[in-house]
Design a protein around this ligand. Structure first.
Ligand code: ATP
Length: 434
């Protein structure tokens, strides 16, 4: 399958199965924003919940936070975003389309005219809006371009209200906004997206050790989602690539259909952020170490991932087409924990009392797993719809069910069908789903 085909197939599968729709589609769409449908929202929640489980719930050294999207504008001055969160922008003098200077050469990719770009000017990627009823410079605030700053300005609050000692981390999942010059590649680069970020506060001098630790942890986490190792790699930033706050940085990259690209960054931000906020706010953001009686501004190791990009990694990696009995079977081979629907329940045919039994089983399972219940159409078609939605198990009520109270459980990947007593179904599925 050609790579461009795979992207097209993913976009169309996502729309067809209710994973992702274009924003405001009835009005012609808003190109850089996507909406998550019934299955998409479940899938996205599963990714976020696994991240939260592994980064917060299961770790004694990390606390959670949910800071506001809107923050005091001084935050973004101190962080360097007002001054430095820019991309070089050029405009084609012929068609007036704008591009990131590093993404075009001499020729306009839209109208094809050569040598007609304006000199690059710096374009700030932060969205601006106004707080309160008066629109003026004094009321101007920003939509956050990263969740990290909400963590830094709450460092002392969390320290004082939890019983953490350094090293410890604060984690947050939330929306971020960037007025990207050239959004694209479906949910890869959008103007509204979600981040899963964790800031780990460490003693200066131990930062390299923690940087190495988190790089390794995060790569292993992505593999634990079932993503193929050979499609993953780490890329260390060169001097030119480093962001204004970073001393050292690695990207975790995936080989997308459009090439190797970052979907998570591990950054050594040193004491840049806390020092800047301490200096600008005049509030102490130091840590007092009772063991040594010394105070210092901690260094920060950041793990910064995009929820939407992580979804695209998993989707692209899980998509496969197989020839079965002369037909193409499209499968999303999602791990059961990530699958939006865990179990589908069908009667083999819509008669002979089978629908009633299937309905009863569906009702019994509903409170335990996200399930889907479907009665109409051929059983083959119903199975195929679930295969491409990534549903790992299909339970079917057939003639034998009415005689001995057993059902078949079909495995999406092996296509094997097990006969299971209905009384043992919950146990069987719980074990298989994990
Ligand atoms: P890029 O170089 O692709 O613009 P970045 O280096 O600016 O990304 P970071 O600032 O490190 O990205 O952001 C951390 C993570 O947030 C990224 O790895 C990505 O998963 C996500 N992210 C950043 N910008 C976007 C965007 N416009 N759309 C979707 N996700 C994004």
């Amino acid at each position: 399958m050609a790579n461009s085909d795979l992207m097209e197939k993913l976009v169309s599968l996502c729309k067809r199965r209710g994973l992702v729709y274009q924003s405001s589609e009835v009005y012609g769409g808003l190109g850089s924003v996507w909406d998550y449908g019934p299955l998409g929202v479940e899938f996205k929640r599963n990714i976020k919940e696994l991240w939260w489980r592994d980064m917060v719930t299961n770790r004694p050294d990390i606390e959670g936070l949910d800071a506001g999207i809107l923050m005091h504008p001084a935050v973004w001055e101190a962080s360097g975003h007002v001054e430095g969160f820019t991309d070089p922008l050029v405009e084609c003098k012929s068609c007036h389309r704008r591009f990131r200077a590093d993404e075009v050469k001499d020729q306009c990719p839209i109208c094809g005219v050569k040598g007609q770009f304006t000199p690059p000017r710096l374009f700030n990627l932060m969205f601006r809006t106004f707080m309160g009823p008066v629109e003026g410079e004094a009321a101007q605030i920003y939509l956050r371009p990263e969740t990290a700053q909400g963590i830094y300005v709450n460092f002392q609050n969390v320290l004082n209200s939890s019983r953490q000692k350094i090293p410890f981390g604060i984690a947050q999942i939330g929306k971020a906004f960037r007025n990207e010059i050239t959004p694209g590649n479906f949910i890869f680069r959008t103007r509204e997206f979600e981040q899963m970020e964790m800031q780990y506060f460490v003693k200066p001098g131990t930062d390299q050790e923690w940087f190495d630790y988190w790089r390794h942890e995060r790569l292993e986490w992505v593999k634990s989602l079932g993503v193929r190792a050979e499609k993953l790699r780490l890329h260390q930033h060169t001097r030119e690539e480093l962001a204004h706050y970073a001393y050292d940085a690695y990207d975790i990259e995936y080989e997308f259909p459009f090439g190797w690209q970052e979907f998570e960054g591990i950054h050594n931000r040193t004491d840049f952020d806390l020092s800047r906020h301490q200096e600008r706010s005049g509030k102490k953001l130091e840590y007092f170490d009772p063991a040594t009686n010394e105070s210092y501004v901690p260094y920060i190791i950041e793990t910064s991932g995009g929820v939407d990009r992580q979804m695209l990694v998993v989707l692209a990696d899980a998509y496969r087409e197989e020839e079965v009995e002369g037909e193409t079977r499209v499968v999303l081979g999602l791990k059961p924990e990530l699958a939006p629907i865990k179990v589908a329940v069908f009667p083999l045919v819509k008669k002979d009392g089978m629908p009633e039994v299937a309905r009863k089983i569906a009702d019994d399972l509903r409170s335990r797993f996200p399930i889907f219940h479907d009665e109409s159409g051929s059983i083959g078609r119903r199975y195929r719809r679930q295969d491409e939605a990534g549903t790992p198990f299909c339970v079917t009520v057939d003639g034998q069910t009415l005689e001995d109270d057993t059902v078949t459980v079909r495995d999406r990947d092996t296509l094997k069908q097990d006969r299971v007593a209905t009384s043992k179904l919950v146990e069987y599925l719980s074990e298989a789903i994990g």
